[in-house]
Design a binder for this molecule. Structure first.
Ligand SMILES: *Cc1c(COP(=O)(O)O)cnc(C)c1O
Length: 427
């Protein structure tokens, strides 16, 4: 499919975008190009590939035909210009930020984030000289006030993991753009089925493909998607995009590649030098999973709502944080950005605190106690004793992962069976 074809529906894109019959064999399913390297026609062909003058394959750290199909597919689903697949969601965050940041640059992020992202932003990125501040993004004045001259990006999750919190992306995009910087949205939990952040002004999207996009819980992966709409030349904040690149004979990415400049930089510099490449087998698994994304997300949302309603009425449950419930404070934002859905990952609090949380995750039988989300199977975790244990008490509470909090990722089983298992384990 090409840019010039009529706009297809999401279901069609999920099955066809980026893929056609294999030109060599006619294979209808995208083959796994399990190769590290590609034969050059001759020395001139090799030179033009290395100079980024010809599009083609050199070495699978940079590009691979199976991975390219996945990149095109996710870019199409998000309505973006280009995609860069990575080894994991965390690799996508590192790689996606890399063209924006320098030592001393500042990243302004919501404090309601996946726990691993809090650690990555505040501890590991500090070693690159990247500063991060985590702010309550419900307070838009606080967001505006936290922007510094060296801030290069505003970052949030569309639907935040684990708290069931929805970000006001349109307002955040306005704040970022007033400062001449992009809004990057982690759209892992919502997926393009529930939310398409570019339609609300976001400029860049990152995904953990490990979760709903693949949907089967059998392969790690990440993706960076560029809308192609951000004006990198409006100020001097983004030299990686606008200044000559020494390793490519002084080429300027934005000037040379236009709305694909960021995506080309992610491959030609980010993947080349940081090496966090997706394996072709994992790309194949993700492509296969994405074909059923719309069907799965619709059922995930239905089941999520049903389980959230059940828990809201349970005497052992203190509260349920599910944006799809009518009395939830984020319901208006869920109506605006997520078609009213709260997705299928959410938290609830147990009146019995930390001990009750541990008892529940150890008492379930159908549900799996593990650190993942977005699987066909229903998953449960007590964040404070697992994913959020490295955070300080304050950070954990700010991220919606206090002692009494349990997180569910509601799967695709029969809702009554999920409820029966929770019922026996809640005792
Ligand atoms: C899991 C997750 C990540 C990290 O992705 P990995 O594939 O585990 O590296 C980032 N953001 C969100 C919202 C996640 O759920």
């Amino acid at each position: 499919m090409t840019d010039n074809e009529p706009a297809f529906g999401l279901e069609t894109l999920a099955i066809h975008a980026g893929a056609g019959p294999d030109p060599a064999t006619g294979a209808r399913s995208t083959p796994i190009y399990q190769t590290t390297s590609y034969v050059f026609d001759d020395v001139d062909h090799a030179a033009s590939l290395f100079n980024l003058q010809t599009y083609g394959f050199i070495y699978s750290r940079l590009t691979n035909p199976t991975v390219s199909v996945l990149e095109e597919r996710v870019a199409a689903l998000e309505g973006g210009k280009g995609g860069t697949a990575t080894a994991s969601g965390h690799a996508a965050q590192m790689l996606g930020l890399f063209p924006l940041m320098q030592p001393g640059s500042h990243l302004l992020s919501s404090n309601k984030l996946y726990g691993g992202s809090v650690t990555q932003f505040t501890r590991t990125f500090a070693k690159f000289g990247w500063q991060a501040s985590l702010v309550d993004f419900d307070d838009l004045d606080a967001v505006r006030a936290a922007i510094r001259p060296e801030t290069r990006v505003v970052f949030c999750e569309s639907l935040a993991n684990p708290g069931g919190i929805v970000s006001d992306m349109e307002a955040l995009a306005d704040i970022a753009h007033e400062a001449g910087i992009p809004l990057m949205v982690d759209n892992t939990m919502a997926t393009p089925f529930l939310c398409r952040p570019f339609e609300w002004g976001a400029d860049l999207i990152v995904h953990s493909m490990t979760k709903f996009l693949s949907g089967h819980g059998n392969a790690m992966g990440g993706m960076v998607v560029d809308s192609g709409g951000f004006d990198w030349g409006q100020n001097d904040k983004f030299p990686s995009m606008t200044e000559p690149e020494g390793a490519y004979h002084g080429l300027r990415f934005w000037e040379t590649f236009g709305d694909l400049g960021y995506t080309v930089h992610c491959h030609a510099v980010g993947l080349r030098d940081l090496g966090a490449t997706m394996a072709p087998l994992n790309a194949f698994l993700a492509i296969t999973g994405i074909e059923t994304l719309p069907l799965r997300m619709a059922r995930h949302s239905e089941n999520g709502l049903e389980i959230a309603r059940y828990l809201s009425g349970h005497p052992a449950v203190a509260w349920v944080s599910y944006a799809g419930l009518d009395d939830n404070p984020y319901k208006p934002l869920a109506d605006k950005y997520l078609g009213g859905s709260g997705g299928s990952v959410f938290t609830f609090g147990l009146k019995g605190g930390y001990e009750a949380g541990v008892r529940l995750v150890e008492g379930v039988e159908l549900l799996s106690h593990l650190a993942n989300i977005g699987d066909t199977r229903s998953l449960i975790i007590h964040p404070r004793s697992t994913t959020h244990r490295q955070l300080s008490e304050e950070q954990a509470a700010a991220a919606g992962a206090g002692d009494e909090v349990v997180r569910l990722s509601v799967g695709l089983e029969t809702a009554a069976d999920i409820i029966a298992d929770l019922e026996q384990a809640l005792g």
